[in-house]
Design a protein around this ligand. Structure first.
Ligand SMILES: [Zn+2]
Length: 60
């Protein structure tokens, strides 16, 4: 998920404890996801974010 923390945004993996902090805005976090092989997974109508480590494991 991408979460707003104070006036910054944090990209958090929904499958492990990986996260990347300090994005200036939401779009910057989206761009980071695309550039760094994060995956968006639609789970029960909600978008989960999967970091490259988790995306490379087929069991998750
Ligand atoms: Zn992960």
């Amino acid at each position: 998920m991408i979460e707003k923390v104070g006036n910054k945004y944090e990209l958090q993996c929904d499958y492990c404890s990986n996260y990347v902090e300090d994005f200036e805005d939401f779009q910057e976090a989206i761009d980071y996801k695309k550039a760094n092989s994060w995956k968006s997974v639609n789970f029960n109508g909600e978008w989960n974010d999967k970091c490259p480590n988790c995306a490379s494991r087929s069991s998750l």
